[in-house]
Ligand binder design. Structure first.
Ligand SMILES: Cc1cc2nc3c(=O)[nH]c(=O)nc-3n(C[C@H](O)[C@H](O)[C@H](O)COP(=O)(O)OP(=O)(O)OC[C@H]3O[C@@H](n4cnc5c(N)ncnc54)[C@H](O)[C@@H]3O)c2cc1C
Ligand code: FES
Ligand code: FES
Length: 1474
């Protein structure tokens, strides 16, 4: 027995009891059915009590299609469908569930459908899979199997778009932006959205030629070809019945017939070495259940959905020796009914059943007011997958202070029936829900008791009001920040409405669900009017007052929310009272009343806008049009720089492949779950699993590590650290720019970040490795008195910078720039000729990459070689650092990369620390080692997009008709973290883009990377560019307010013009930086999107709505394309032509979902004149294309397209004489075979290096003496970009000021991507980037334990370490109308086939949503503060910031109650980690 792990083991006394239960006839093996087949006994017996369904599917059944994205039910990558026969009505029920949380033994008696059971590339794709392929619904493909299973479940249950949005609320996708997934799902629904002509677009025979708004100019980016049409007709429409019955037909007969075994109880004992999983009981009768609780009182845990218990065991290391999972045959706890005036809900009844029944019952007047609020709250509770398994009993007993249902039940006056077995008789007691919660996560429940049912008194049909409230960071699948439920009962007395009863319950305002009883007391007996609620609000704020440092943070927001919910409640009650008055007038029997009915309190319409809430609104349907020009094979850079050769053969002239909206070449594999990611590769025999040992604190020395406890755990093979690496002859240091990081921190050195890697544990199983890593004893040195530097402000205070990355530039008149520092900020009314100067600070937050596939490496040693399969954007870096860490020459290390489940820059350098550690372990143990980072580990250690703080001054001159920009001076700081990584080039790119699209004659910038204890921060889509550009927009907004000129006008009047030079010396103009399209694109968006009219409509809307405001923003971008380090602008490719006429391309780029391989194959197919399916990219491998530059900077198609074309043209030049010989009808197969017989080399290596005059920038280079005076300033330093990808976006939003909730009503995006090689892929990149940019600037917030967040662990710890705490946009966040267009008639002579890079440039356009929110907030502050002044709006615009920036009297009241001083609402800044 390993030390410190005693709780893991079964106590002996319990083991001795097991046979007793066996005698009682318990089954000991679960009945499991997967994809229509019964799991054979040999595998079923391997199911362990503490094993998840996902682990069983992947590790035991080897079904790798379901993915592990988070292990906490927050991403949906593991979604499977559960089916069972409803024993009451005999129908089949199908539901989606998270396999990562569901225990395998809970699947006993269910039929499980995984992605593999739906369709396969080896047989036939199911229409859902085919639709996802054809409509471009997958990019990296890692989320895809889970999403397809969710859609499949929806179609099996109710193929209607009404349920679509809700059904996908538990699935995240980081790549696509969701729109194409929507389209794919919708296309198969019975009520599929129809085109304006009335026919569903998918079925339209004239789709290709249709000119309706639903289609695109020349070709639809969705499935348009006739053969696909035919396929749908033949496979789906004709056989629709079969497809829709597939799930029912697959349902196993044994389950249908309800074999006797199913009625038997189940008991499974963990027979593995430790019995760590304990014992699983599944009793089938109530008495049996109660007797188990009695028998093991205090020693067993009830588990129903396992959505809480699963989290406790996985992340909090809770261990339960006995788990009792009641069978759903126990009707006492699974039923739901209305008895007399009471709604009775069995404590184990799934939340989705409650939601559905409440919805149905809401049709009955008698039940409506009780059931509809419950339905509305449940609709926004967790996700479909969670609601399908979780229960009310779980919510109640967990007693989370932010539980959503507990306040609902408490406010309704519900009681619980608590049941136990005593002396063979069943004992029941009741308790009010409001009295059930004793203290933090503690309830009044005895160890032998179960919550049997909840009894909710019905709300009266008139004059009683019961409402739910919830606000979180994200609407869908998010735990509340504050949640509440309120109920009041009115009676007519003395000619007014008096409040006869009131109950207000809150979550998020105390360590438990709390009743605001003092506030209720104020209400009870008082008149129902605004004045009463004003008094009540004051009482409430005092009653629920939070200290500013409250655990969980956001104290002021939470108080403001509590006050806002109360006000909303009042407005909602007034609204409903008005309805009731009408109802009573029509049916006086509803109320026994003497005399007239009083009127409802008067509330004007403006004020009444505050009554709205998203909870009760129908979930929206989304809509989008994608427009792009007719495909063409444009000629580009290749015609300037490569020899022009063409096969020019009749038989090889196929339809153009370049320009075609081809689908992602791995689409079918993604959609069937057959695409292989590193964690899916079958392990070679003898493989070990690895887990990292990481520091739990920083700022202290790492004294020593005692591995003995880990080594005593069976299965643990070794623990390797610094000494082992040195003995191996390896080098411990690595880093992409400077080698300032270590593979394993040497003992005696200071720990620089929480999570720093100290050692690696390798074991026979992942469980042992994880347990081993946790068991290692780490000795830390004494804490120093020095402040641990976490934030940028800490670093500035301490002067903690990376001097090497400090760069600056100056252009224009220094005296004008210097005068900015000495001039006061402009105040007052500007007049023509005035120079208006502003100064301030702008903060933008960090962003977690949240690629769905976490970092993973599999290192296989063989002889003296090492092969590494790694999810990385940088095969070369992985190879070189693994070689160095293991002391192996690079020529003996091969790195292979098939595909990543997303990268976005996060796997450019940050995958290396993990692959090096695994490589060292593999090399020493001489056994294959796999290291897959858990989501929490990945998020805590791999770094993020950099947060920035910028201090700026700027000026503009007032002109007759607006303002002209004059000077800009800014100092940018980024939080680089504990290693430099790429922070310096990221800062450089921010400096290159901090001008936005605007010309300032005088310009000065400086960038300073700050050294802190955060993990080293790194590349993320845009690589600092977006962080620079948002500063530009912020400063324009600031100047606009001070100059009193509309922001759009300042923008338009100050765009760069042709001939202007940028601060780094490049000139705006076709031959220098590509055609300058921003001004005309701006005008087009303005015109086409009717911006002027829409702004007027928004003003009118805002004037009518006090609490709901709309805003609109138009945003331009220019994004420079090229690596700014000159040497990186190179790429290689290897092309083989085989004698069957097929082509294999290998190139230096990696596929992470961006469609690079598809585009490169299109280029090769075009070159040879063969169909796309005859070209293939297998993987990216360091032995095929050496020294590859990381796949980054959006440059890969530019580089590898050219390199591939170079290789293709070499081969074509060699085989052209053969083709002449064979004649014009010879096929490529014939030509290739004949060439081979003639001993002609059919393989070529291609290479591309960007013209040296069009890339590279040396910040340190001074002006050469002979540099021409008329050349642009700083152009002697270089020419950092080849060209600019440009775009303009327009976004419109609506805010609920009382809660901070926002929704994006519409977004229109226009991007210049040159002549697109693949418009469908480019549009996919634009949509995905837009949603990522929107997420960064609105809801994604990385939180550290710092001065403002002391409650979240040792200083420097990342708090946001999973989807539970870190929110990326979900389906519900997509703009309701989301249109994307590609600019027509744009060629780009500087890239292959005249295309342009697309991956990063549109990212910043997503921040148009942030600026639209700001626009709406300006309107809000104008009415709340009568203030049109500038305010420092920080990024991201979270619900907290939106609520607090509204700065209305409720916010002021909350702040003054909390801080005990006069309101600071105008200047209040919510906390954030920067
Ligand atoms: C991704 C995710 C999102 C979530 N979102 C939300 C949300 O939006 N709002 C919210 O409030 N919660 C949320 N939760 C929390 C959780 O889903 C709920 O608390 C749920 O109701 C728990 O039910 P369960 O059946 O899964 O409980 P389990 O995990 O099975 O059990 C939880 C606890 O309750 C006990 N228990 C269960 N049933 C009974 C019973 N009948 N009698 C006595 N004890 C019992 C168990 O012993 C255990 O202690 C979320 C959880 C996850 C993982
Ligand atoms: S892996 Fe199951 S929800 Fe993320
Ligand atoms: S395709 Fe959805 S996460 Fe990549």
């Amino acid at each position: 027995m390993p030390p410190n792990q005693t709780t893991l083991y079964y106590e002996n006394e319990d083991v001795s009891r097991i046979p007793l239960y066996q005698k009682k006839g318990y089954r000991t093996t679960p009945l499991l059915f997967v994809n229509g087949r019964k799991v054979p006994l040999a595998q079923a017996v391997k199911a362990r009590p503490n094993q998840t369904l996902l682990s069983f599917l992947r590790d035991v059944l080897q079904l790798k299609g379901s993915k592990l994205g988070c292990a906490e039910g927050g991403c949906g990558a593991c979604t499977v469908m559960l089916s069972k026969k409803n024993s009451s009505n005999g129908t089949l029920q199908h539901m989606a569930a998270n396999a990562c949380l569901m225990p395998i033994l809970a699947a006993d008696g269910y039929h499980i459908t995984t992605i593999e059971g739906i369709g396969s590339v080896h047989t036939q794709l199911h229409p859902v899979q085919q639709a996802m392929v054809d409509l471009h619904g997958s990019q990296c493909g890692f989320c895809t199997p889970g999403i397809i299973v969710s859609i499949y479940t929806l179609l099996t249950n109710h193929p209607s778009t009404d349920y679509l949005e809700e059904h996908l609320d538990g699935n995240l996708c980081r790549c696509t932006g969701y729109r194409p997934i929507w389209d794919a799902a919708r296309s198969l629904c019975d009520d599929a959205v129809k085109g304006p002509c009335g026919t569903p677009c998918r079925d339209c025979p004239e789709r290709d030629t249709c000119q309706q708004e639903c289609n695109v100019n020349d070709q639809c980016c969705s499935s348009s070809s006739k053969d696909k049409q035919q396929m749908y007709q033949e496979t789906f429409m004709k056989h629709k019945e079969d497809w829709s019955q597939q799930a029912n037909q697959m349902f196993p007969a044994e389950l249908l017939e309800e074999s006797e075994a199913l009625t038997q109880s189940l008991m499974v004992v963990d027979t593995t070495e430790y019995q760590a999983g304990g014992t699983w009981f599944k009793p089938t009768t109530f008495v049996e259940l109660l007797s188990l609780l009695k028998e093991f009182a205090g020693g067993c845990k009830i588990v129903v959905g396992n959505t809480e218990v699963g989290i406790e065991t996985k992340f909090k290391q809770a261990v339960y020796p006995r788990l009792v999972s009641p069978s759903d045959r126990i009707t006492e706890i699974y039923g739901m009914e209305v008895v007399d005036n009471c709604l009775m809900i069995g404590s184990c009844c799934p939340l989705s059943t409650i939601q559905q029944k409440c919805h149905e019952w809401s049709q009955q007047d008698r039940l409506l007011r009780t059931t509809l609020p419950i339905h509305d709250m449940l609709r926004w509770f967790a996700s479909t997958q969670i609601r399908n398994v979780a229960c009310l009993g779980g919510n109640l007993v967990t007693a989370s202070p932010i539980s959503d249902m507990n306040p609902m039940l408490a406010a309704s006056g519900a009681t619980l029936v608590l049941t136990s077995l005593s002396d063979e008789s069943i004992q029941r007691r009741t308790i009010r829900v409001s009295e059930f919660f004793l203290k933090y996560r503690t309830v009044d429940l005895k160890s032998n008791e179960i919550v049997e049912r909840v009894e909710i008194p019905l709300v009266a049909p008139v004059l009683e009001y019961y409402k739910p409230f919830k606000q979180a960071r994200r609407r869908e699948d998010d735990i509340s920040i504050v949640t509440a439920s309120m109920r009041i009962k009115l009676q007519v007395q003395d000619g007014t409405y008096k409040i006869a009863d009131a109950a207000l319950a809150f979550g998020g305002m105390a360590p438990t669900t709390v009743m605001a009883s003092q506030t209720a007391a104020v209400l009870i007996g008082a008149e129902f009017c605004a004045a009463t609620f004003d008094v009540a609000r004051e009482t409430l704020l005092n009653e629920l007052k939070l200290p500013p440092s409250v655990p969980g943070g956001q104290a002021a927001f939470r108080m403001s929310l509590a006050a806002s919910f109360l006000y909303k409640f009042y407005l909602q009650c007034v609204e409903e009272l008005q309805v009731d008055i009408q109802k009573i007038k029509e049916d006086p029997s509803l109320l026994s009343l003497v005399g007239d009915l009083p009127t409802a309190p008067a509330v004007d319409d403006q004020e009444m806008s505050g009554a709205k809430t998203f909870l009760s609104k129908p979930k929206p349907q989304f809509y989008g049009v994608q427009t792009y020009p007719a495909p063409k094979v444009a000629s580009g850079l290749e015609d300037k720089s490569l020899p022009s050769v063409d096969l020019d053969s009749e038989s090889t002239k196929v339809a153009a492949e370049v320009g075609k909206a081809a689908t992602h070449m791995s689409g079918p594999l993604h959609c069937t779950g057959e695409a292989v990611y590193v964690d899916d590769i079958p392990l070679p025999p003898g493989s070990l699993q690895a887990y990292l040992v990481q520091a739990k604190q920083c700022g202290v020395t790492f004294e020593s590590l005692d591995a003995a406890p880990a080594l005593s755990i069976p299965g643990v093979v070794a623990v390797y650290g610094y000494d082992d690496l040195i003995k191996l002859g390896g080098k411990n240091e690595y880093g992409p720019v400077v080698k300032d990081e270590t593979v394993f921190l040497p003992p005696g050195e200071e720990i620089r970040m929480v999570g720093q890697v100290l050692a690696i544990v390798v074991a026979e199983t992942l469980e042992s490795a994880e347990l081993g890593a946790r068991s290692c004893k780490i000795e830390y040195g004494a804490a120093s008195s020095k402040k641990i530097i976490v934030s940028i402000e800490d670093a500035i205070e301490a002067g903690s910078f990376y001097e090497i990355g400090r760069h600056g530039l100056e252009r224009g008149d220094v005296s004008v720039l210097n005068s900015l520092a000495t001039t006061e900020d402009f105040q007052g009314e500007p007049k023509v000729g005035d120079i208006v100067k502003v100064s301030g600070v702008f903060k933008s937050g960090a962003q977690e990459h949240f690629y769905l596939e976490t970092n993973c490496s599999l290192c296989i040693p063989s002889e003296n070689d090492l092969t590494i399969y790694c999810s990385t954007q940088a095969t070369n870096k992985t190879q070189m650092f693994a070689a160095s860490a293991t002391g192996t020459p690079a020529n003996k290390v091969v790195v292979r990369m098939k595909r990543m489940g997303g990268g976005f820059g996060g796997k450019e350098t940050r995958s290396v620390f993990a692959s090096c550690a695994a490589a060292v372990a593999a090399k020493i143990s001489n056994r294959p080692v796999r290291l897959t980072l858990g989501r929490d580990v990945d998020m805590k250690t791999t770094g993020t997009r950099h947060c920035f703080i910028t201090y700026y001054s700027a000026s503009a001159e007032i002109t007759e008709n607006g303002a002209k920009l004059v000077a800009f001076d800014a100092k940018l700081f980024n939080n680089a973290g504990s290693g430099l990584d790429l922070s310096s080039p990221v800062m450089d790119r921010a400096l290159f883009h901090v001008d936005g699209c605007y010309y300032y004659p005088h310009f000065r910038i400086e960038g300073v990377p700050c050294k802190t204890v955060q993990p080293p921060h790194t590349a993320f889509r845009g690589f600092g560019g977006p962080q620079g550009m948002v500063v530009a927009e912020h400063v324009i907004d600031h100047l606009a307010t001070a100059c009193k000129v509309p922001g759009d006008k300042i923008r338009k009047d100050n765009f760069y013009q042709i001939g202007h030079h940028m601060h780094f010396g490049m000139i705006i103009g076709e031959q220098f930086s590509g055609k300058w399209n921003v001004p005309s694109m701006w005008d087009r968006i303005y015109r086409d999107q009717n911006v002027v009219e829409r702004r007027k409509e928004i003003d009118a809307f805002n004037a009518k709505h006090k609490w709901v405001k709309r805003g609109l923003a138009v945003l331009p971008t220019k994004f420079g394309i090229a690596f700014t380090a000159k040497f990186m602008n190179q790429g290689g490719a290897l092309v083989h032509l085989y004698t069957d006429g097929t082509v294999l391309v290998s190139h230096g780029g990696t596929e992470m979902g961006q469609g690079l391989h598809t585009k490169v194959c299109q280029v090769a197919a075009q070159a040879f004149g063969i169909p796309l399916e005859n070209v293939y990219v297998n993987d990216s491998s360091s032995d095929k294309v050496p020294n590859a530059i990381p796949t980054a900077a959006s440059m890969s198609t530019d580089m590898y397209g050219m390199a591939t074309l170079d290789a293709c043209r070499q081969i074509i030049a060699r085989i052209k004489p053969i083709q002449h010989k064979l004649g014009p009808d010879a096929t490529l197969k014939e030509i290739a075979l004949a060439a081979h017989m003639e001993r002609i080399d059919l393989s070529a290596h291609g290479f591309f290096a960007l013209d040296t005059s069009r890339c590279g920038f040396d910040w340190t280079k001074n002006k050469p003496e002979d540099f021409p005076d008329d050349a642009p300033e700083n152009s002697w330093k270089g020419h950092p970009f080849n060209y600019f990808t440009q775009g303009v976006a327009c976004a419109e939003v609506e805010l609920d000021l009382l809660t901070g909730n926002h929704k994006t009503l519409r977004a229109d995006v226009l991007v210049d991507v040159g002549s697109s090689i693949n418009p469908a892929i480019d549009i996919g990149q634009i949509e995905g980037a837009f949603i990522q940019g929107m997420g960064w600037s609105t809801m994604e917030e990385v939180i550290y334990s710092d001065d403002d967040h002391r409650w979240c662990g040792p200083r420097g710890t990342v708090f946001t370490a999973g989807p539970g705490t870190y929110k990326i946009p979900a389906f519900n966040d997509v703009p309701e109308i989301f249109n994307v267009s590609l600019l027509e008639n744009v060629d780009n002579p500087f890239a292959v086939h005249s295309s342009k890079a697309v991956g990063e440039p549109p990212f910043v356009l997503g921040t148009s949503v942030f600026y639209a929110i700001k626009d709406a907030l300006i309107a809000a502050r104008k009415s709340n503060l009568n203030d049109q002044q500038y305010f420092e709006m920080r990024m991201p615009a979270t619900s907290e910031r939106i609520r607090m920036y509204a700065a209305d009297p409720l916010v002021s009241q909350a702040l003054s109650t909390m801080l005990g001083e006069e309101s600071t609402a105008t200047t209040f800044q919510p906390q954030g980690s920067y």
